[in-house]
Design a protein around this ligand. Structure first.
Ligand code: MTE
Length: 320
């Protein structure tokens, strides 16, 4: 997601990432193991690396959702070690190594703006707001890779209905925690912090739009956006803001962190669209993490039957 000039992009950044991933994983495990052995750690402690070192809490009473894809989920290891979370570094492996410094309890989410019932929710209240569902969704990153992730969460519209938006509420803005002491990446100017994303109110109300609090049946690992994040499966992954502390209803379209960083590259809608290239690379194909050959990217990431009507009459080349 870094803003680079066309000449700076090497094809290997996209095509050879699986090889790179394996190499980094091997090097990471090897160097951690050596350091830990020197410190006299035992085998189980060795296996549990950095941010994954804390045992993830199991979530109970999870319903299966009819909205899940039947595709095979990406491995837990890949889902939790190959991440984008610039608050913890700009490469894919830093979040799993550095996100241990994030404190996820106590945590509150302020729901505010153009609504009749503003409220500051304690995170544990949000876990109980609505029955938790497992939603196995495709995630397509704007950089050209994809995963299939068994999220656990509840539809955002459950929260919106309780907030009772006023007639002036047209957009919903999501803001990530801003605390450079916990989030070392925020000490750099790589983005204009805090990370902000937004949806149109009807997109936010769509039954597919999920507030995720877990994955693979457990609470979210920190590198995946604990304790609560957005998941919008028909949009590029950057729309799915992590570690959210504020949800604000507004009348004008908010400017997201990525729109500020690269207005010509990252649009407000960011719908997955194989026919609209990123200015620096094609979006026609993607590499599913864990697979060797690229596959075709699907319009709206394969969720067109459910969401295409949200954009009828809109020129998606212009409004990318
Ligand atoms: N949210 C915050 N706060 N900061 C980020 O850097 N990266 C986004 C999105 N949410 C990001 C974020 C991008 S580019 C992607 S692809 C997804 O998170 C990745 O989610 P994952 O690491 O759980 O797969």
């Amino acid at each position: 997601m870094l803003i680079k000039k066309p000449g700076d992009i090497k094809p290997s950044e996209i095509t050879d990432q699986q090889v790179y991933l394996e190499r980094r994983r091997f090097m990471g495990v090897a160097s951690r193991s050596l350091a830990a052995l020197a410190a006299g750690m035992t085998a189980p402690a060795l296996l549990a690396g950095s941010a994954d070192a804390e045992a993830a809490a199991k979530l109970s009473g999870i319903r299966k959702s009819a909205l899940s894809t039947g595709e095979k989920p990406t491995s837990y290891k890949d889902v939790t070690s190959y991440n984008n979370f610039y608050e913890f570094g700009t490469d894919k492996f830093s979040p799993a190594q550095q996100a241990g410094s994030l404190i996820t309890r106590p945590w509150t989410v302020s729901v505010e703006g153009e609504i009749k019932r503003p409220k500051v929710y304690d995170i544990d209240e949000l876990f109980k707001l609505s029955p938790l569902e497992e939603r196995i969704y495709r995630l397509r990153c704007v950089e050209g890779w994809s995963m299939v992730i068994p999220w656990v969460g509840f539809p955002l519209n459950e929260l919106i209905k309780r907030a009772e938006p006023t007639g002036n509420a047209k957009y919903v803005e999501f803001t990530t925690l801003h605390d450079p002491r916990q989030m070392p990446g925020q000490r750099s100017g790589v983005l204009d912090w805090p990370y902000v994303e937004a949806l149109r109110l009807d997109e936010a109300m769509h039954p597919l739009t999920l507030m995720a609090v877990g994955l693979y049946g457990e609470e979210l690992p920190k590198q995946n956006g604990a304790p609560i994040r957005l998941v919008v499966p028909w949009k590029y992954g950057f729309k799915s803001a992590k570690s959210i502390v504020r949800i604000r209803f507004v009348s004008n379209p908010p400017t997201s962190a990525w729109m500020k960083a690269g207005p010509g590259e990252y649009g407000f809608f960011a719908n997955v669209n194989p026919t609209v290239d990123h200015p620096r690379w094609s979006q026609a194909k993607e590499r599913r993490i864990g697979e060797i050959f690229k596959r075709d990217t699907l319009m709206f990431n394969g969720y067109g039957d459910q969401v295409a009507q949200l954009y009828s009459g809109i020129d998606l080349k212009k409004y990318f």
